[in-house]
Design a protein. Structure first.
Length: 454
């Protein structure tokens, strides 16, 4: 089997026998297929964007890596980033769009994707990024039959996300009446679906060659924590794109129609219940009771968009999804960043905000909050207490100069604690892929010695 050459700083001391076995293979590019069962589009969420950034970084590793990232989409297409890196987009077998329109991210409920299966023999290692949907199910069935190693990383607590989403769908269908209480409470349909997905996660982990650490959120990590290989898939940052140097308050106010003198609280991401975005309206309203000029700026879209507009009126700006240049300038020009999601295992937006010199408020219970608990520019608050968020926002609005000073600490934290996307690829992914390629398909999950801090 082909193998990639691993950087010297992630060699035998960290990966022991797995590295030694991998090192015997010729120094030819390792062929990796990454499966992202979400729609590839400009307004895609952080999961898709994460793999876009990793793929862009991979163009600099042509001597070690041949990478294909598979996404879902309405039409088949192939996008070449370089001779060694590409995206392959394929239509789903049975999209969630056929069943329900208002879900955070549409995925494929099919049991087998024949088009994907035809491409899987090209890879030395298959990397699944969920445990629940068509791409992952196709990959593990194929891999078991043909002895191809599977690496797994889970980016979101999908069972909990599903529980929240299903409960909200039932609420939108039935209101808060008898039918809702029957389906949501007595029959416990949302909890049953979450339990089904937890069991599917367990089965997926049994079939994976290696599972990267910190998947599925804290509750699931407690149940399945013994399965990981000791290496986390971190989120990286482009320090040149997201930087305080881009702060331009005059441009920000003119471009988005924000009145001068406002204390701008920014959120970036999907505006839906799964991300706990319903906390934003009550928190901002309560903060504005202080009499301070507090304004909410939301970069993103979702089914709570109209409700926020109704609730906050002129105190909110909702420009939709921004391109990377606009987004980076907006981060740097705002005053405070809020991220109320309690289910994100990793998040691009809080890291980008910190890199841009913003203090951040995070919800307790998320993987983001756990990872950034040592950041002096991050404050962790209960995700179900809007008044606590309002108090923190008012504290910032009362002393905006202090916010800017904390923003300096935010940038320093990014410089010392958060890797570039190239580092994520070289230090987190390549060694795991290399070791997985060396062991082929084991009868039991393969483990690597735990790396400090993962």
């Amino acid at each position: 089997m082909d193998g990639a050459v691993i950087d010297s700083d992630v060699g035998p001391a960290k990966f022991g026998a797995g590295y030694a076995a991998a090192a015997r293979f010729p120094a030819r590019p390792l062929k990796i297929g990454v499966l992202v069962d979400l729609t590839f589009s400009p307004d895609a969420g952080g999961h898709v964007k994460c793999w876009e950034r990793i793929a862009e970084a991979a163009t600099g590793f042509a001597d070690r890596l041949d990478l294909t990232v598979h996404f879902s989409g309405p039409a088949a297409r192939r996008i070449e980033l370089s001779p060694s890196v590409r995206y392959v987009v394929m239509p789903p077998v049975f999209s969630t769009r056929r069943l329900v329109r208002r879900v955070p991210d549409h995925t494929d409920l099919g049991l087998w994707h024949a088009g994907l299966a035809r491409r899987l023999p090209d890879y030395n290692v298959i990397h699944t990024t969920d445990a629940f949907f068509c791409y992952a199910r196709t990959a593990t069935r194929f891999a078991r039959r043909h002895g191809v190693p599977v690496v797994s990383s889970i980016h979101t607590n999908t069972p909990e996300y599903a529980r929240i989403t299903v409960d909200q769908i039932l609420g939108s269908l039935f209101g808060d009446g008898r039918a809702y209480r029957l389906t949501s409470r007595s029959l416990a349909i949302p909890r049953r679906i979450a339990g089904l997905l937890e069991r599917r996660l367990y089965r997926h982990l049994e079939k994976a060659t290696m599972a990267m650490a910190s998947y599925g959120g804290a509750p699931l990590a407690g149940k399945f924590g013994g399965w990981d290989c000791g290496v986390s898939l971190r989120r990286g940052i482009d320090r040149f794109l997201f930087t305080p140097v881009k702060r331009d308050r005059a441009w920000f106010e003119a471009h988005f129609g924000i009145a001068p003198g406002q204390f701008v609280v920014m959120y970036a991401g999907k505006l839906n219940g799964g991300k706990n975005s319903q906390l934003l309206g009550p928190a901002i309203n309560a903060a504005r009771q202080s009499g301070l000029p507090i304004h909410l700026f939301c970069a993103g879209k979702g089914d709570l968009h109209d409700g926020l507009r109704t609730e906050l009126g002129g105190a909110v700006t909702l420009p939709g999804v921004l391109d990377q240049d606009e987004l980076s300038r907006a981060y740097a020009s705002a005053d405070l960043f809020v991220f109320p999601s309690m289910i994100d295992e990793a998040g691009n937006a809080p890291v980008e905000a910190l890199a841009s010199g913003l203090p951040v408020l995070l919800a307790d219970g998320s993987g983001v909050a756990r990872r950034m608990g040592d950041c002096p520019a991050a404050r962790i608050l209960p995700g179900d207490a809007p008044l606590a968020w309002a108090e923190a926002i008012v504290a910032g609005a009362m002393t905006p100069e202090a916010c800017r000073e904390v923003g300096v600490l935010a940038r320093e934290y990014i410089e010392t604690h958060v890797p570039s996307w190239s580092q994520v690829l070289a230090e987190d992914l390549l060694p795991v892929w290399q070791a997985a390629a060396a062991v082929r398909w084991p009868k039991k999950p393969h483990y690597l010695p735990r790396r400090g801090g993962s």
